[in-house]
Write a protein that binds this ligand. Structure first.
Ligand code: ATP
Length: 698
C-alpha cells in the first residue's frame, strides 16, 4: 500500500477515512450501470443474429466484488491485530483460531467502488498515513465488465457467459474457459459454483437446441438422396452430443482426480482419503491429457450431481482469512463430442476455480507444508499471468509471441487455450474477485493490477497483407473462391475417377467396354462454392471456423445430393478441404515464427561473439568450458530431450538464457554458471528434478 501498511490501519482511523471517501464520492459522476438488456441463453439462441455477433475477443476480463458479510469488518481488524502480535513475536498467539472476543461492532468502510459496469472500472481506495493522519489514494483499473456488490449470480452469468456465447462455442468444437481469480474469501467459489450450476442446466438446453438444428439440416441435406435421417419429434441433447466430465484438483504440485472412487484409499490424520497423484505431462502427440476418471453425463441433473459431489471432495482447510478457504486449483472439464461429426475435435468447457492468492503476510503463519503449497500456488498464478498476458498480446500483435505454458502444471492443463498452434478457437473469461473492505485494499490493488492488463483492445485494423499463395490469411474473396474451387474440383475428379474405374471393372467382367473418361468434362463439386463463400468472406474467416462449423456450412451449401454425392461424401470432402486450409495457415504462421527466430538467433550469436564451445545438442546455446561442461545438467538428460525442449520452446530458450546472462553480467556474477542454471531450470520444468536434487535443496 502506498504511504503506509494495512497493519497500521486501526478502527480509530475509520471515521476520517469514511469522511474522506464521502467527500471524494460527491465529486464523482454517478456510477455507470449496464445499458444493454440482459438475455438468457434460450432467448439468445433463438435470436438468429445474436450468437457470435460480438466482436471476437478471445480474452474477456471481469471484476467482481461482493457485499460485506455480517461482522466481517470487525473480524478483519481482529485478524490484522492478531497477526501484528504474531509478527511482534508473541509465540502464544493462536493465529488460525478466531478467538471469540471480537472487538465491538465495526462499521463497514468500503475499499472499492464499481464506477462503470461495461466497459468495467473499479476504483480501489488505498489508505496511507501522513503526520496529519490517514489519507486515501484512489486507483482506477479497467476491465471489460465490472460487477458491483449488488449484482447477483444470474446477472453475472448472463453478462459474461451468455453474452460471450461460451456455451455455443464449446458445442461447436471450440474451447470455452472460465477462470475465477482473487484473494481468499473474496467470493471466487461463490461465483464459480453458481456459474457451474447454471452452465450445467444451459449446456443441455443449448445442446438440445443446436442438436435439433443440426439433425434437421442433415435430414434436409439427405432428403434428396437415398440416405435418410430420422429426426425424433423431440430431439434430446444426447441424440447429437456426448458429454464427458472430469474433475482435477491441483494442490501445490500434486494433482489428484476428484472423481476417483475413494473406497479402499488410505486416509490422513483428519480422515480425508489420500488420493493417488495424477502425473501431468505432455504425451508424444503434444497433448496434455492426465489420466482421469471421466464420466459420461446424460442430463443437466447428472452433471449437477457430479459437480456437487466432486466439490464436496475438494480439500479445504482453514486459513487466516476464511474458515473454509480453498487452497487448491480445481479444474472441471466437460469434453463435448458431436456424434454427427466424429472427425471434428471435441469442444471443451474448462471451469477453473483458482486457489486464493495470498500475500506474504497471509502466509507467514503457515506450517512448512502450507508454505510450500502457498509458494507453489503463487508460482502457478504467476505463470498463468505470463501466459494470459502473452495470449492477450498475441491478439493485438501480429508478430510471434511465446506463451510459456509448459512452465507449470496449471498452465499445462490449460494448454488448449494457450497453444499457439491449436486450430480450435477459444474464449477465456477471467473473473477477478476483490473483497469490499478497506482492510483488504492493498490486496485488491494486487488482484486488479494482475488482471487489468489482460484486457485487450480489439485488433487494430491493418491494411491488407500482400498476397501470398501459401498464406491463406492474405487471400481476398476472389482468391479464396478460386482456391476452394480448385480444392473441391481436385477431390471431385478423384471421386469421378474412382467411380469410373469401378464401373469399367464391372463392365469388363460383363465383357462390355466403357468409354474412356474425359478429363476435361465438368465435374459435380461437393459444394456450391459461391454459396459456401458469399461475397465478403475470405480464407481468414474460414480459418476461424471450427471443423464442425465448416462442415455444417458445406452441407448447407451442397448441391442436390444423389447416389454418388451423398451427405457423407460432402462431410468428408469438406473435412479434408478445411483440414488443408488449417494446415496452410499453420505452416504460414510457423514459417513466420521461424523467420523471427532466425533473426533472434543472429542477435544471440552477435551478443556472444563467435561460439568457442560446444553447443547443447539441437541448439546453438554454448556448453561452457571446463568444469561446467561436466555439470550434471548435461548428463542428466539425453540429447533427444535437449532437442525436444529446445524445439518446444523455440525462441523462449534463447530469451531465458540471454536474460540470465545479461543479469549475471550486470551483477558481475559468473556468466557461464548463470547460463547453466538457466538451462537446468528449463530442463527441470520439462522433465522434473531427480529426487536426489530435491532432497539436496531441502
Ligand atoms: N456476491 C456475493 N454475495 C453474497 N455473499 C457472497 C458473495 N460472494 C461471496 N459471498 C460469501 O462470502 C464468503 C466467501 O466467499 P467464497 O468462499 O466464495 O470465497 P473464495 O474467494 O472462494 O475463498 P477461498 O479462496 O478461500 O475459497 C462466503 O460466505 C460466500 O457465501
Amino acid at each position: 500500500m502506498s504511504g503506509g501498511s494495512s497493519a497500521a490501519l486501526t478502527t480509530t482511523h475509520l471515521p476520517q477515512l469514511r469522511a474522506t471517501l464521502d467527500e471524494w464520492r460527491e465529486k464523482q459522476p454517478a456510477p455507470r450501470s449496464f445499458t444493454a438488456p440482459r438475455q438468457d441463453l434460450a432467448t439468445r439462441l433463438a435470436d438468429e443474429n445474436a450468437v457470435g455477433a460480438k466482436e471476437g475477443k478471445d480474452i474477456v476480463v471481469a471484476f467482481r466484488t461482493r457485499p460485506p458479510l455480517p461482522d466481517e469488518a470487525a473480524e478483519k481488524f481482529h485478524t490484522l491485530e492478531t497477526k501484528e502480535e504474531a509478527a511482534a513475536g508473541d509465540q502464544d498467539t493462536e493465529l488460525s483460531d478466531a478467538t471469540p472476543e471480537l472487538p465491538a461492532k465495526v462499521e463497514f468502510c468500503s475499499g472499492v467502488t464499481a464506477a462503470s459496469a461495461e466497459p468495467g472500472t473499479f476504483i480501489c481506495h488505498v489508505p496511507g498515513f501522513k503526520w496529519s493522519g490517514p489519507t486515501l489514494t484512489h486507483k482506477s483499473y479497467e476491465s471489460d465488465l465490472a460487477f458491483g456488490p449488488a449484482i447477483d449470480n444470474d446477472e453475472v452469468y448472463q453478462r459474461s457467459v451468455v453474452a460471450n456465447d461460451m456455451i455455443p462455442l464449446a458445442l461447436s468444437s471450440g474451447i470455452a474457459c472460465i477462470l475465477a481469480y482473487g484473494q481468499t474469501g473474496s467470493g471466487k467459489t461463490y461465483t464459480m459454483e453458481a456459474l457451474e450450476h447454471r452452465i450445467a442446466r444451459d449446456l443441455f438446453v443449448a445442446a438440445k437446441f443446436i442438436g435439433d438444428r443440426l439433425l434437421r439440416a442433415e435430414q434436409a441435406a439427405k432428403a434428396s438422396s437415398s440416405e435418410s435421417v430420422e429426426v425424433p419429434d423431440e430431439v434430446k441433447a444426447t441424440d447429437v452430443f456426448e458429454f464427458n466430465v472430469s474433475f482435477l484438483e491441483l494442490l501445490g504440485k500434486r494433482a489428484v482426480d476428484l472423481l476417483e472412487p475413494v473406497e479402499g484409499l488410505p486416509v490422513d490424520a483428519q480422515g480425508n482419503p489420500v488420493r493417488n497423484e495424477v502425473p501431468i505431462h505432455e504425451d508424444k502427440n503434444g497433448d496434455v491429457r492426465p489420466r482421469l476418471v471421466s464420466r459420461v453425463v446424460e442430463s443437466a441433473d447428472q452433471l449437477d450431481e457430479l459437480i456437487v459431489s466432486a466439490l464436496s471432495h475438494r480439500r479445504v482447510s482453514a486459513t487466516l482469512r476464511n474458515a473454509t478457504s480453498s487452497r487448491s486449483h480445481a479444474v472441471l472439464t466437460v469434453r463435448i463430442t458431436n456424434k454427427l461429426m466424429p472427425f471434428a475435435e471435441p469442444g471443451q468447457l474448462l471451469l477453473v476455480d483458482l486457489a486464493g492468492s495470498e500475500r506474504y503476510e497471509d502466509s507467514k503463519a503457515h506450517d512448512k507444508q502450507r508454505m510450500l503449497e502457498s509458494r507453489e500456488n503463487n508460482n502457478s498464478l504467476m505463470s498463468l499471468k505470463e501466459c494470459v498476458r502473452a495470449k492477450a498480446k498475441m491478439a493485438t500483435e501480429d508478430g510471434f509471441v511465446h506463451i510459456p505454458w509448459r512452465s507449470n502444471k496449471l498452465t499445462m492443463l490449460l494448454k488448449p487455450i494457450f497453444d499457439v498452434e491449436s486450430r480450435q478457437p477459444s474464449k477465456t473469461l477471467i473473473i477477478a474477485h476483490v473483497s469490499p473492505h478497506i482492510q483488504d485494499s492493498a490486496h485488491s490493488v494486487t488482484t486488479l493490477s494482475y488482471a487489468a492488463p489482460f484486457k485487450t483492445a480489439p485488433p487494430k485494423p491493418r491494411g491488407p497483407a500482400p498476397y501470398d499463395p501459401q498464406d491463406p490469411r492474405t487471400w481476398n474473396h476472389e482468391q479464396t473462391l478460386a482456391w476452394f474451387t480448385e480444392e473441391f474440383t481436385k477431390r471431385a475428379k478423384v471421386r469421378r475417377a474412382a467411380a469410373h474405374k469401378a464401373q469399367a471393372e464391372k463392365a469388363a467382367r460383363e465383357g462390355k467396354e466403357t468409354r474412356p473418361l474425359d478429363p476435361a468434362a465438368p465435374v459435380k463439386l461437393a459444394v456450391d462454392v459461391a454459396r459456401l463463400c458469399p461475397p465478403g468472406m475470405t480464407a481468414k474467416h474460414f480459418g476461424q471456423l471450427t471443423t464442425m462449423q465448416f462442415v455444417q456450412r458445406s452441407l448447407e451449401a451442397a448441391p442436390e445430393l444423389d447416389r454418388d454425392l451423398t451427405a457423407n461424401v460432402v462431410k468428408n470432402t469438406a473435412g479434408e478441404v478445411v483440414g488443408t486450409l488449417y494446415y496452410l495457415i499453420l505452416s504460414a504462421k510457423t514459417r513466420k515464427r521461424r523467420n523471427i527466430m532466425k533473426s533472434r538467433k543472429t542477435i544471440d550469436v552477435n551478443m556472444y561473439g563467435d561460439s568457442p564451445y560446444d553447443t547443447i545438442p539441437g541448439t546453438n546455446v554454448r556448453i561452457p568450458e571446463g568444469e561446467l561442461a561436466e555439470h550434471s545438467v548435461f548428463k542428466m538428460y539425453t540429447r533427444e530431450q535437449f532437442v525436444i525442449s529446445s524445439q518446444r520452446r523455440s525462441t523462449g530458450w534463447y530469451e531465458v538464457i540471454n536474460a540470465a546472462v545479461l543479469e549475471a553480467r550486470e551483477a558481475g556474477g559468473n556468466v557461464a554458471l548463470a547460463e547453466v542454471e538457466a538451462v537446468s531450470k528449463m530442463m527441470e520444468e520439462d522433465y522434473g528434478t531427480p529426487a536426489t536434487q530435491e532432497a539436496a535443496q531441502e
